[in-house]
Design a protein around this ligand. Sequence first.
Ligand code: HEM
Length: 184
Amino acid sequence: MADYIAGPVYPTPGLAPPQFGVILWGVAPLQIHRKKISMTTVLINYGHYLGLAGLFAGLALELALFRPRVDGAIARRLALADTLYGLAAVLVLVTGLLRLFAGDKPASYFGVNFIFHIKLTVFVVVAFMSIWPAMKFFGGGRAVDGVEHTFPSAVGILLRIELALLLLIPLLGTMVARGFGFRG
Ligand code: HEM
C-alpha cells in the first residue's frame, strides 16, 4: 500500500474531506482528495490500459490485412488478429468492472454519471457489432496457403465503424475520470 497520495478528483460526498477545490474549464467542479491507493488498484488500471492498447492493435491489424479476397495465409492471420481483439475486449471488460466495483472510487460515483453510461453503451454496441466479423474470421482460421479465402465486404465496413466508435471510448473514460458528466 502506497503512502497517502493526492488521489484523483471527484465530487462524491462522504469520502475523504476535500483538500481544496478546483474548477476545470469552468464546467466540472472538482475536489482533490487524499486517498490510499493500493498496488492492486494500480495493476487493475494498468490492465485496463493494456486491454485498451490490445483492442486498437487487434483492430488495426484486421483493418490492415482485410480484403474481401485474401490468400489462406492472410485469412489465418486475420483469425489471430481477431483473437487478440477478443482477448483484449475481455481484459478491458474485466478490469473495467473491477475499476467500477473495486477501484479507487465507489460504484455510486459512476452510476450517476451519464457520460459513463454513454461509454458503456458504446462498448456494448461495438461488442455486438464485432460478433458477425468474428464468426467470419474464425471460419478463416483453418484456411490453406495458396487457396483464396473470401469474406463479405460488409465486414470491412463494420471494422471501420467499430474503430470510429472505439476512438470515442477513451475520450469518454478520461472525461469521467476528470469529473465531467455529473448533472446539477
Ligand atoms: C464494460 C467496459 C468498461 C468498463 C466497465 C469500464 C470502466 C471504467 C472505470 C470504472 C474507469 C475509471 C474512471 C474513473 O476513475 O473515474 C475507467 C476509466 C477509463 N477507461 Fe474504461 N471501462 C470499460 C471499457 C473501456 C474501453 C473499451 C476503453 C477504451 C477503448 C476504456 C478506456 C478508459 C479510459 C481511457 C479511462 C480513463 C483512465 C484515466 O484517465 O484515469 N474503458 N473505465
